[in-house]
Write a protein that binds this ligand. Structure first.
Ligand code: NAD
Length: 562
């Protein structure tokens, strides 16, 4: 007990290549086959116990929508209340558990994912969320492992931060978890985000009710089972797939709500915030609201940009994972002088992209997540086809016969506030606005003010003066900013992630800044030299001094007359 433990700074998990002949490729194919040919019944997990409500929904494969991977059971009001109770019951013991014991569990979970469950979790993410092998590897393996390892390291560093003391007073900061439970609500697009939203508060001693996205239950459940194998005690994280609106009613209205760790769309987060405001006088403590939400992420090039680098940044930034990364580039500003050659390159690149089944390893683009995403994206694409303010220059079609396939699409907007320049589509669609080279400054203003979001952005330039100028002009337009790189692919420990404006509270997932939101510090002063009298030294001998003095100062001034 009487030892100050440390967790060494971790290294980022190495990304495996999955090239032909590698063992990881063989293992992944076996796992894909196994999951494809089995069907799971996924329960809720409350207080460490499996609960089957028999109110079920299907987990399907987005690129093969007729194939059911699993059925998951949904929580009703009763189970959500049970989950809150379980988390409150588990709290006392969990928050009193040494931080290094907690850290051991999460580091063990990271090792399980890095080792024996890597192929399984990647395969589940590929099938359930339609990610290619590489996109699954950087998400459900590498990013999730990094979240767990880096956050436990940051936790140790936070606890080390202590105030100054004197010989008389020993001052301490105690990093208490929040009073109540934390509600984690996660999106479909990253298995790692689901894993981070529930574990970051838990690491800091909180207990959690975790609602995964309905279209990511499949992979998220496997992660929950891995946490259990790593030794997470019963009730610390309670896994409760359910409807969003029910969560709002039951969990957000609970007086014990101590915080919400949310990632998803702006609209849902704003509604959660409103709901919290409506209930503000009923809570025991002010709930911490941490939300990372939507984006309208940009690429801005000047006329010194390298066309090959820019074209690659646009194609990868906009179309990897079907544009369903919150950081995906969805609008670009290109100067007139380089547009003809860039246009040609982009059209050529789109024609070479293979869209299809992600279990075929030459696929670059899979399916969008569900029917409503497909319908939304196709609606915008079809409107662009018939609009006089836009021209579809590449892609522009889709099919939902077998799965929800939206072709990677490039739209040229003929006015800067055309709808696809301003609204988040969350699909493989990028809109390009071509500006006159001399109008760089005005176009930077346009880029800054066209959307309500402020998540990610990238500039491409080889002019150092321009780079500095663009960085400054766009300083509030993105929480994650890239120079000569695509705006996606933030790495834990390297580029802490989050945006401001309508994109969220910018609490930087994967950094100590996020973990600080899950503690409520108590300042403790211990007096090592407690006084034994209420009088202060300057008060003693005053009467004797008074008798000697006649009211005149040593300087000869008469104070009474001043
Ligand atoms: P979503 O908002 O539809 O869902 C997110 C979660 O909220 C899901 O678990 C969902 O079931 C739940 N939910 C829905 N309605 C709810 C309600 N009324 N009350 C409580 N919970 C409710 O988002 P999504 O489609 O899963 O993810 C895509 C969105 O997430 C995009 O807008 C994207 O930009 C954003 N996103 C942001 C970041 C970031 O770091 N900024 C990261 C990933 C995704």
């Amino acid at each position: 007990m009487n030892t100050k433990y440390k967790i060494n700074p971790p290294a980022n998990e190495t990304i495996k290549s999955y090239v032909i002949g590698t063992p990881e490729r063989v293992e992944l194919k076996i796992a894909l086959d196994k999951l494809y040919h089995s069907q799971k019944d996924i329960p809720l997990i409350i207080d460490g116990k499996e609960i089957f409500t028999n109110i079920t929904e299907e987990c399907i494969i987005p690129h093969e929508k007729g194939h059911v991977l699993a059925r998951y059971h949904k929580a009703t009001e009763k189970e959500l209340k049970m989950a809150i109770d379980a988390s409150l019951k588990a709290k006392e013991r969990w928050e009193a558990t040494s931080w290094y014991q907690r850290a051991a569990i999460f580091n063990k979970a990271a090792n399980l994912i890095s080792g024996k469950y890597r192929a399984l979790l990647n395969a589940a993410t590929m099938l359930g969320q339609s990610k290619t092998a590489y996109q699954a590897e950087i998400d459900s393996s590498c990013e999730l492992i990094d979240f767990l390892r880096f956050n436990t390291h940051f936790m140790g560093e936070i606890y080390n931060v202590q105030p100054d003391s004197t010989v008389d007073a020993w001052n301490r900061l105690e990093y208490r978890p929040l009073e109540g439970f934390v509600l984690a609500i996660s999106p479909f697009n990253f298995t790692a985000i689901g894993g981070n939203l529930c574990t970051a508060p838990a690491m800091m001693g909180n207990t959690v009710v975790w609602k995964p996205a309905s279209t990511a239950v499949y992979s998220n459940y496997i992660f929950m089972k891995i946490l259990m194998e790593a030794g997470i005690p019963d009730g610390v994280i309670n896994f409760v797939p359910s409807s969003g609106s029910l969560i709002s009613e039951v969990c957000v209205e609970s007086k014990d709500l101590a915080g919400i760790h949310f990632t998803g769309s702006t609209n849902v987060f704003q509604n959660l915030w409103k709901k919290v405001s409506d209930n503000i006088s009923t809570y025991k403590t002010y709930p911490r609201l941490v939300g990372e939400t939507g984006g309208k992420d940009f690429i801005f090039a000047d006329n010194t940009a390298n066309i090959d680098e820019l074209s690659t940044g646009i194609i990868r930034g906009a179309f990897e994972y079907q544009g369903q990364k919150c950081s995906a580039a969805s609008r670009a500003y290109i100067p007139n002088s380089i547009w003809p050659s860039l246009r040609e390159k982009l059209i050529d690149a789109v024609s070479k992209i293979k869209m299809g089944n992600v279990s075929e390893f030459d696929t670059f683009v899979g399916a969008v997540i569900d029917e409503s995403s497909y319908t939304k994206n196709m609606k915008y694409i079809n409107r662009a086809h018939s609009s006089s303010d836009a021209e579809v220059i590449a892609g522009g079609s889709g099919t939902d016969k077998v799965g929800y396939f939206v072709q990677p699409t490039i739209i040229q907007a003929l006015k800067p506030d055309y709808e696809t320049m301003t609204e988040e589509l969350f699909g493989p669609v990028i809109t390009i606005y071509v500006y006159e080279d001399e109008a760089l400054d005005e176009t930077l203003d346009l880029c800054d003010t066209t959307s309500v979001y402020g998540l990610t952005g990238a500039i491409f330039s080889n002019n150092r003066y321009n780079i500095e100028h663009m960085l400054y002009k766009l300083r509030n337009s993105a929480g994650n900013f890239y120079i000569n790189d695509k705006p996606t692919g933030a790495v834990v420990g390297q580029q802490p992630f989050g945006g401001a404006r309508a994109s969220g509270t910018n609490d930087k997932a994967g950094s100590h800044l996020n973990l600080l939101r899950w503690v409520s510090p108590r300042t403790i002063k211990e007096n090592l030299y407690p006084p034994t009298s209420f009088e202060y030294p300057y008060m003693s001998n005053h009467q004797a001094e008074k008798a000697k003095s006649s009211g005149k100062s040593d300087l000869g001034l008469d104070f009474m007359s001043l």
